[in-house]
Design a protein around this ligand. Structure first.
Ligand code: NI
Length: 128
């Protein structure tokens, strides 16, 4: 590895608190594998969908539920937190093909009444 790149790697190892270079490199390789899983639309992945919404929002809760019931096999778990008087936060762990999970998340996030939504990439661990 070139000196410049090695210095940057060592700086990253220090900043992130890795015990050594090997552990940092292992993580980078795994990250690349997970990125590839998500690039391949048919790859089996796990996504974590985070949404924030106002539960007073007209018919939103029932529309969300309806959409979920169409996708019941893929939703492994849902965590619901009442943030305050109006707002709810939900975290959904979704398993499926990358393309389908992305589409499902996009449909949820773009629903009227969803104030914030994001899909976090995780992995089913098959390729790691
Ligand atoms: Ni709530």
């Amino acid at each position: 590895m070139e000196d410049g790149l090695l210095k940057k790697l060592d700086a990253m190892v220090r900043e992130k608190g890795y015990p050594n270079r090997s552990e940092a490199i292992r993580d980078l390789v795994r990250k690349t594998i997970v990125d590839d899983e998500w690039t391949d639309a048919s790859g089996e992945i796990i996504g974590v969908l985070v949404i924030v919404f106002d539960h007073h929002s007209r018919e939103l809760s029932s529309r969300l539920l309806k959409k979920e019931h169409h996708w019941v096999g893929g939703i492994l778990s849902t965590l619901h937190i009442h943030l305050d008087h109006d707002n709810c936060l939900e975290v959904k762990v979704i398993r499926g093909k990358a393309g389908e999970v992305r589409d499902f998340a996009d449909e949820m996030i773009s629903m009227k009444g969803i104030k914030y939504g994001t899909l976090v990439r995780a992995t089913a661990g098959v390729a790691l």
